[in-house]
Design a protein around this ligand. Sequence first.
Ligand SMILES: Cc1ncc(COP(=O)(O)O)c(C=O)c1O
Length: 480
Amino acid sequence: MLATEDEQDCQPYTCKRSDSVFAAIEKCLDNGVGACVVVDEGKPVGKVSLDDIRRAILDGSAIHEPMLDPLVSHMADPLGNGQLRNDVNVDDKILSPIVTENGYLNSIRLDRSEQYIQIAHPDLTRHEFRAVLDAFISSWVSSKGPYIGKFEEEFSAFVGLPHGIAVSNGTAALHLALVALGIGPGDEVIVPDLTFAATINAVLYCGATPVIVDIDPLTWTMSAAGFAAACTPHTKAVIPVHLHGRPAEIGPIAELARSRSIFVIEDCAEAHGATYDGARVGTFGDIACFSFFANKIVTTGEGGMCLTASDSLARMLRELRDHGMVPGKSYWHERVGYNYRMTNLQAAIGQSQLWRIDRILDRNRSIAARYRHALDGIPGIAFPPELPDSYGNVVWLTCLQVPAHLRSRLIAAAHAADIEMRPFFHSLSAMPLYEKYAGDCLHSRALSETGVNLPTSRSVDDQVIGRIATLIRDVMGAAS
Ligand SMILES: Cc1ncc(COP(=O)(O)O)c(C=O)c1O
């Protein structure tokens, strides 16, 4: 439980009764709790939550009376012993005001002991709120609108490439990349066994043949040796996946691919900001593909981007994204294209996220370190292997390995305790749909059966980490 003792620290969690609904929305978004204590002349008089505000927006009351006052849920005891109305839902109980004898706000207690903790939660703040409102009110809600270009420019600059082509999702980015590189029937494309199915599905969309390779148990993804061993005269492309924020051995893979005229498409969906040899992942191949799904490091809700250093590939990707329409020649098509465009509303969210990416990455890294500390010494669990210095990994979701026979029990116990944990992806070779494209994949099978993702978001504070550590200790202890 965290009680902030001075007035200053209460600021993120309090609104004034005289504040506007807009100001309250921003406070509730920024503090990551989704609620605020409402204060009048220094005394807490109620709470307001984003749920209350959403209802009041929908029924119009927050529009006709844009001040907070009518929305405030009043105290059960108006003179103030610190007990506000607490019967709405668990999230409403997270914040409690601590008051002085005279009823003045002294501090705020944050209590997440009963909160439902999701595996991931988009980090949306006043910046996203303002930008998306701006995009909405401007009426540029389709893929035409100024945020698209800004997001493309700023995200590609962040990665270190000159061209960014925003698309509707990460899967579309992979598909467009393969089409732009001319991959089709008869071509082989090498993919790792442990990845989200989108990586291999995109190859199959093109009628090409996926070749699945085992992962390296150190990096958890494709190695240069694994790639080299799978190459044949038909290999046209390779898709190294920087899984769980951990870079593949991308320098040597890209070098080897270049020497054999094999295209490299980097799947960076889970690794925004990761580096290899000091350069951002995405800068090693011909085309890099990112996802901005709601659980990703930078999100646009749904969304993706292709990045490239090549002017001609960038032109091709833009054309393919837009129905194959020839630029500057309306409704003239010279190739079969797709509608894979991102909307201005999504790009508005993405651009605002980007301002804070370093903070998001720092936060995730700190959460992973605190988990490591809290879980240290629990028998049977293993943290991801440390990578050599050339690998600059980022934390997407905190990961853990547990004995395979205990994983379902752990996830069920977590679920019963209102904590979401997720198993790693099934290895592709384990699924009848894909097994014919794979050889032996012992390492990915073993990792897939033992890996667990732990909640990693703004809601994960030391109290939540303590809840999760106790749970893991209980399950592991009961089993030993
Ligand atoms: C490794 C990997 N590749 C591709 C994708 C596909 O991205 P999207 O869900 O945006 O289509 C994902 C995302 O979920 C992913 O984790």
